[in-house]
Design a protein. Structure first.
Length: 314
């Protein structure tokens, strides 16, 4: 229980630091955001991906947990996409809303939750692999294609070249390098590994502070015509995603006990700040994304605590 609360507290404090910077000096915070967003996207986050994936036994966790995590996320994202299509939302709004509804904060909150709810990091590692190896490249490719079609970035790129540029983005390249190191059992020399690790470790706190600055600039739930999208995203993320996880892991895959609760707890995690970072880099509309990240951070705690309580009762 203490580990769960610690994970949520760390996230809250770092977001508050970013909001405080924006409150004290809006001009300085805008300069910081303008400089840090590409730094995190092109450097620190790819380094983090190399470190996380290379330190994971890709073969051992790509069993039952990873397919469940991937299926749960894809189904949840598809549900929001159906809402977006039925309500005639633009492609960018549907794409980033689908990611915000299904991409969880496994990197920092997921680890203590998995350890204290399940007693193993296997569920969270599987979620990380599903997100880093499949979901992030998929959504980043979609974002890149939409962005290029809208003329928001790299106007000179089109066709196959534009799709390849979107597919092999910095995050995906970092995941591929990490996966190659894991599969081959190779390790980088210490003079290279330690700087890589240090740069990667800066990614999560920087992302959280950037989000805090953005949150202060545009307060949550203030854009009324986007509230239906936010509500739909929250229903998908905080209610339907854990239910889908329970159905697939329990009745379909036959998991029970701590294994089942581990899958549900991972699905109940809040939306990751990476979604905001990826969307900002590709000029996606981010009002709904910020609202979903903010609200799901609060809604996920009681769901996760309920999972822990059910484990204790069992």
């Amino acid at each position: 229980m203490e580990g769960i609360l610690l994970g949520f507290s760390i996230v809250a404090v770092l977001i508050a630091v970013g909001a405080l910077i924006a409150a004290v000096s809006p001009v300085v915070s805008e300069r910081i955001r303008a400089g840090l967003t590409p730094l995190v996207y092109y450097l620190t986050n790819p380094c983090l991906m190399v470190v996380l994936v290379s330190q994971t036994d890709v073969r051992s966790v790509a069993g039952i947990y990873a397919p469940i995590a991937l299926t749960v996320a894809l189904l949840t994202g598809a549900l929001f996409a159906v809402f977006g299509v039925l309500t005639h939302r633009r492609a960018g709004e549907v794409a980033v809303g689908s990611m915000a509804s299904s991409y969880v904060n496994a990197g920092n909150i997921g680890v203590p939750v998995a350890l204290y709810v399940v007693g193993s990091t296997a569920p969270v590692v599987a979620v990380l692999l599903a997100q880093l190896l499949v979901l992030a490249p998929l959504y980043l490719t979609i974002f890149g294609v939409i962005s290029r079609r809208a003329g928001a970035s790299d106007k000179g790129s089109s066709g196959a070249a534009g799709i390849l540029a979107s597919l092999f983005n910095p995050t995906t390249v970092g995941v591929l390098i990490g996966g190659l190191l894991s599969l081959t059992g190779r390790t980088l020399p210490a003079p290279l590994w330690e700087p890589l690790r240090m740069v990667g470790e800066a990614s999560i706190p920087l992302m959280l502070m950037i989000f805090g600055m953005a949150l202060w600039k545009e307060r949550p739930f203030t854009v009324r015509n986007r509230l239906p999208d936010t509500i739909a995203g929250l229903v998908c993320k905080s209610a339907l995603m854990p239910c889908i996880a329970w159905f697939l892991a329990g009745p379909v895959w036959g998991l029970n006990g701590t294994e089942l609760l581990g899958v549900i707890a991972m699905a109940a995690l809040p939306t990751a700040q990476n979604v905001y970072l990826f969307g900002a880099q590709h000029k996606m509309p981010l009002t709904v994304t910020k609202d979903i990240i903010f609200a799901s951070s609060f809604l996920s705690l009681p769901v996760t605590l309920a999972a822990s309580w059910l484990l204790a009762m069992g």
